[in-house]
Design a protein around this ligand. Sequence first.
Ligand code: ARG
Length: 460
Amino acid sequence: PIKKMWGGRFEEGGDQLVDQFGASISFDQEMAKEDIMGSLVHVKMLKATQILPAADAEKIIAGLNELLTELKEHGLNFDVANEDIHMNIEALLTKKIGPVAGKLHTGRSRNDQVATDFHLYVKERLPKVVAAIRGLQGALVKLAGENVETIMPGYTHMQHAQPISYGHYLMAYFQMFQRDVERFQFNQQHTDLSPLGAAALAGTTFPIDREMTTKLLGFKQPYANSLDAVSDRDFALEFLSNASILMVHLSRLCEEVIYWCSYEFSYIELADAYSTGSSIMPQKKNPDMAELIRGKSGRVFGSLVGLLTTMKGLPLAYNKDMQEDKEGVFDAVKTILPSLKVMTGMMKTLKVNKDQMAHATHHDFSNATELADYLATKGVPFRQAHEIVGELVLKGVKTGRDLADITLAEFKQIDPRVEEDVYQVLKPAVAVQRRNSLGGTGFDQVRAQIAAAQQILAAD
Ligand code: ARG
């Protein structure tokens, strides 16, 4: 085992298995860029405050810049013996510029360093997540615009309930994703804080300038409390929580896509690119991508529960447990971004079988509420109207007759106030069009919703 950067107090050599077990370089190298950026800002501040002689600071800055270029051009070589990204970067810097590299860590600890890197990482990804959600919202709004008057069954309990507009259905998902956007944007407020300068836990005796490092790192403000700065992982928990809710939405949408492209429904057909075949059954066209997104929700929820559990009993301030905070977040980023992009493409390319959707509303008695409402407007108390229509449905189910098959004479027997116009009301498309209460499925309402959504997207 090699000599540790913190090895002064130790007498015995390490244990290889323990070193491996304690190391985080296998995954925290994901924050290599953030780590170098954080160090660059830190050393610039050390120079400006004259904590370090300018000449030393310049050497460190030049070395870090070289590392940054190398990282971008061909990547850096890390060694598990150096434990984590922070000590690996410092080791590489030392190799480059010699022992003066050791001055970089003045007035800093790995505790504020790792927190800084992690904030930078999440802060940079949040707008990408929002942009990806915006892309999906755009696809939903477009498809909704083409399907305002596409009639489909609306379901409760997976049973036909009332006919609705497919555009209205799509806009329901737009609204869910809108809340996701808002949650991720709020998440940014709690991520846009600089922990740098909190040092190990208590601040430092060096006359550091936290305002300067905050500004140079592009953070809105510094953490007000050094203990909080190094102990806080709320921003990561919020990210995982927001990502989990987002995955719930994607998963529900996928569930319906999967049902709806089945033979029984045949409401939609996925583009070939978003489907896969079977190695044995030649006729198959499977909605694998929708299933995969639905399935991937599990790992994101797992990461949330994992980090909540890791954090829940931790005393202040830093504890090594917190090294477990990163992989779930990295994984969530790498799960939700492609999930959103694949979902967007899927929605952009799917084919809507408008006739099949509309057909499904024709003999399903989903106009029963219309008839009950009609009778109620003629003065029949709604409870009584409900009972009457229920009996008509029962009779219809037994005799194979729809409500629209009932003759006017038969209707007159039920209530003499029923007129010819009842047949108009019983048409599914008319039923949808007439649900014009605010936020309802009526065509005008759906159009208004789409217009408002377009404004939100355009303002972004
Ligand atoms: N690799 C560590 C982590 O990810 C960095 C911070 C280590 N600090 C410490 N005092 N051991 O959490």
